[in-house]
Design a protein around this ligand. Sequence first.
Ligand code: TEU
Length: 510
Amino acid sequence: MFENKVIYQIYPKSFKDTTNNGYGDIQGIIKQLDYIKDLGVDYIWLSPCVKSPQKDNGYDISDYYSIDSLFGSNEDYEQLILEAKKRDMKIMLDLVLNHTSDEHTWFAKATNGDPKYYDYYIWADEPNELESAFGGSAWTYHEKVGKYYLHLFDKGQPDLNWANPEVRQEIFDMVNFWIAKGVEGFRLDVIHLIGKEPDKLIKGHGPKFSEYLKELNENTFKDNLLTVGECWGTSLKQQYKMCHDKGLTQAFHFNHFLLNAERGRGKWHTKELDLVDLCECFNTWQNEYTGIEALVMNNHDSPRLISRWLDDQKYRKESAKLLITLFGLMHGNLYIYQGEEIGMTNAHWHDIKKYNDVETFNNYEILKSEGYSEEETMAKIAFTSRDNARTPMQWDDTAHAGFSSTEPWLDVNDNYVHINVLKDLSDDNGVYKYYQKVLKFRKEHYDKLKQATSYSSEGQVLKMQNDFFTLLANFSAQNQPLEEINGEIIFNNYSKVPTHLLPYQVIVFS
Ligand code: TEU
């Protein structure tokens, strides 16, 4: 029922500003619904746009029920659901259930001595060694309370106490509120953390995790809506169990995102992509634990793959097309992150003042304290910062890329003059048109994509093969040898059929 779907992720803050306050908004999304639909999209997932002090760009929620005035109103959201439905698209809401903002009234009451709400959060007399995903201790001392509260992310994001049935009920009510409004899918932020047991240093997939998830499903979506779990650093086996046991449709596969990271040192310490690792990753996704795949090339937490793995300059369009051919021919649900369909790239900023992300700032300090020079630190940040994916959508070549008529909350990527929607759409060899072809093919031939497929590599060439087609992808700027192609060409990101594989060429033949 939820197979073979294409989901387009919007980071509302950076999509389209119609009020000219420098932030994207819901009316901006409504304006661009045809652009999204024409690509071949079934669902639109919006990163959170309910009330938030925006310390973590909306993933710090202070009111689950009201759209933040930054983005519009609840009426705008309802209009969006309706307008999307008219175009046969569904809206997927981002559920941040692991934590709230420290500006949520629950936290205010908790810290003002209300025992009911005190028990909504997690407290300790002394901190233990648990660390925040954004760097530093996961515990912050609260003066008024005289205790430490847990925050697995920023200190402005206190963790909810899922062991408290009242908290769970609050969450169920809220999810049902949005279902009643017409939301037809959910992305569940860091859902693996809800069963944490901080005393035992257990974060992800705690002993009660399955029970809580099952309860959530039974009380809300009841297997009837598309649900995708976000969990970093968990094995496919755990993800499979999470989906099959307790009713999530799918889980994001993220292990390929970490192939640029030095093992055991975290994402800020990077290395070159090794195709052997990538093939191993794809083989596991596509041949073991199948049926739960949420395929992603990009999202708001990850620097863009085109800039990490391929060439975002001279062979930019070829590289963007290589990626969508490779991922588009896999089975699973395919997630497209705003901008990748026109080949948007990382911002590559080397000045910390250009950045906005709390995780980037924390790690800037950490890297400096570890002895890295300013230049070394900024090289790491330019490669890895989440802001690389968050720069405003590039619509045209006018000031601020047609995103807004005023200075945006985060600078537009300098390359907007030559990389933008208007320009890409007017190009017969543009990335968007190529995406359309791949997505159409995917829809029509999905059964064929579901056959056993093998991934292997030779040097810089990746080969994907099943009974139906062979894909060859050159991950380098050098020509690569190619055996004669006898079959029919299904995809080719160059206009000619070569005697050897050209730089970043992808070719698919039957
Ligand atoms: O991300 C979860 C998460 O663990 C990321 O912070 C991840 O560690 C990192 O960014 C990538 O390596 C989710 C949201 O997608 C993210 O935007 C939020 O900041 C985070 O949860 C907290 O809600």
